[in-house]
Design a protein around this ligand. Structure first.
Ligand SMILES: Nc1nc2c(c(=O)[nH]1)N(C=O)[C@@H](CNc1ccc(C(=O)N[C@@H](CCC(=O)O)C(=O)O)cc1)CN2
Ligand SMILES: Nc1ncnc2c1ncn2[C@@H]1O[C@H](COP(=O)(O)OP(=O)(O)OP(=O)(O)O)[C@@H](O)[C@H]1O
Length: 189
């Protein structure tokens, strides 16, 4: 399938989830997430969910990390829609967030920018395929963000892998792994 068709189908599939089913999938994602190996991880970058688009509730993962791995620094981003670039900040709690025009929770103006290393990145997506290619909303934010970065690139998906994304291009960055409600898939490249 081509990215445009995949985007439409995935958005529809998300919208059709009943609230109860959505909640259950989020709990299952957390159960898979906690199976990751966090021993060498000092910093994790996590996207914050656009609720109205039914993105996975990453606050569940953040709450778990804060409890079980207080030594890990959590990083979040502010998206610049003029340049389709992301700036990183240290996460300091829900009370220090505000929702931007796209419905994305973002660090408020007090937040401290972060320019250091990032050991693991939890990546939003609409769909991914069996080779670890991903499709997002189509602005290339994450392809730019991940370009040239030495980090664990981990997708978070409410649904299983699709067969094949046909129109993969040179800028597209593959996932190292993808978390689904049923399993943790590792891609060998
Ligand atoms: N939670 C989260 N944060 C993220 C991403 C994401 O997928 N999820 N992104 C991943 O790349 C970037 C933001 N990408 C986005 C791209 C489009 C729209 C959006 O709402 N588009 C509108 C129409 C666009 C317009 O008005 O011009 C829409 O789809 O209705 C939102 C976020 C960075 N931050
Ligand atoms: N590293 C890059 N430098 C310049 N342009 C890029 C880069 N990565 C992606 N792009 C451009 O961004 C646009 C969107 O890419 P693509 O369709 O792969 O987005 P996506 O991965 O679905 O979206 P997102 O990453 O925002 O979730 C394409 O025109 C692509 O050429």
């Amino acid at each position: 399938m081509l990215k445009d068709e995949i985007r439409k189908k995935s958005l529809l599939q998300r919208n059709q989830l009943a609230e109860e089913a959505f909640k259950k999938l989020n709990q299952q994602l957390l159960q898979q997430f906690i199976l990751l190996d966090f021993t060498a991880i000092k910093t994790i970058h996590i996207f914050l969910p656009i609720i109205k688009k039914r993105e996975p509730d990453t606050f569940l993962l953040i709450d778990w990390l804060e409890q079980k791995h207080p030594e890990i620094k959590i990083l979040i981003s502010k998206a610049d829609f003029a340049q389709n670039l992301m700036e990183n900040y240290v996460y300091t709690g829900k009370q220090n967030l505000k929702i931007n025009n796209y419905g994305i929770p973002e660090p408020d103006s007090e937040a401290k920018a972060y320019h250091g290393e990032i050991d693991m990145i939890i990546i939003p997506l609409l769909a991914f395929d069996q080779k670890g290619n991903r499709v997002g909303y189509g602005k290339g934010f994450y392809d730019r963000f991940l370009a040239g970065m030495n980090t664990q690139k981990i997708g978070l998906s409410l649904f299983d892998a699709i067969d094949e994304i046909k129109d993969v291009n040179l800028d597209d960055i593959k996932l190292d792994a993808c978390i689904t409600p049923q399993k943790l898939i590792i891609f060998k490249n």
